[in-house]
Structure formats: C-alpha cells, structure tokens
Design a protein around this ligand. Structure first.
Ligand code: ZN
Length: 150
C-alpha cells in the first residue's frame, strides 16, 4: 500500500521533470510542421514512390541493376503509385462530398431560420408591414395568419 503510493509519487515526479523537456523538444527549431491528414500522408507517400522510381531508373541507366530486376521493381513501384493515386483521388472526392454535405446543412439551416415569405399587409388599413408581426405597425389591428395572405 505505502509502496504503491511511493511509486505513484515517484512516477508523478518523473512526469513533472520529463514533461517540460518533451514540450520544448516538440516545439524545437528542428521540428518541421507535418501534414498529418490522410490526404497529406497519401501525397507524401506518392512522392516517395516517385523518388524511388527515379532512383531506380537512374541506377538502371548506370548499369547497376539487371534488366529483369529493373522491370519487376519498376512494375512494383508503378503499381504502388497507381494505388496511391487512386487512394488520393478517393480521399479528395471524400473531402469534396463532405464539403457538399456541409454546404447543404448550412443551406437547410438558413432556410429554416429565414422567415416565411408572406405578405404582411394589414387587413384593416392596408399598411404593408416589413416584418412578420402580430399587430399592424400602423393601426395596431391584429394580423392573423389568414389575413396575412390577403
Ligand atoms: Zn393596419
């Protein structure tokens, strides 16, 4: 029991010492901002595959790789690049449809909040009230839903 508490305190003290070190390490000058979205990750991987492909062709032209090895490695990279390309397009399409859904939701919200387009002409004096009102702004007569239509 006491040992457990002592260990907990020791662990807490260790975190207290280590945490600031980790924090400064993460925000240090050496760290670069990394795009961690799935789309950014796909694009980065595609770039790596293209780099590898370029290196492969360079080495083949330099005579470091046998033709059959070059062909099979190249086919591998091309397949990987095609798969990443398809995944990227899918991710972009997904992002686009998400944006479309958001626009649709915003449009519906706006329609719901907008006042119904009706005529608010007073049945008693004929004054056209600019806003939906229960009583006429000019003569004070009650404006019912039915009279609004007239
Ligand atoms: Zn009126």
């Amino acid at each position: 029991m006491l040992l457990g508490i002592a260990l907990a305190i020791a662990a807490g003290a260790a975190m207290f010492v280590v945490a600031p070190l980790l924090a400064t390490g993460g925000a240090g000058a050496g760290s670069l901002p990394v795009d961690v979205t799935p789309l950014g990750d796909l694009k980065r991987r595609r770039l790596v595959v293209y780099e590898n492909l370029k290196d492969l062709e360079f080495e083949y032209q330099a005579g470091k790789i046998a033709p059959q090895d070059f062909q099979s490695l190249r086919a591998n990279y091309m397949g990987e690049a095609a798969a990443l390309m398809a995944a990227t397009q899918e991710a972009e399409h997904l992002k686009e449809s998400e944006a479309m859904v958001e626009r649709e939701v915003a449009a519906r919200r706006a329609r719901r909040n907008a006042p119904p387009v009706e005529d608010y002409t007073c049945p008693a004096c004929g004054f056209e009230n600019p806003l939906p009102v229960k009583f006429c702004g000019e003569c004070g007569a009650r404006i019912t839903a039915r009279s609004r239509k007239s």
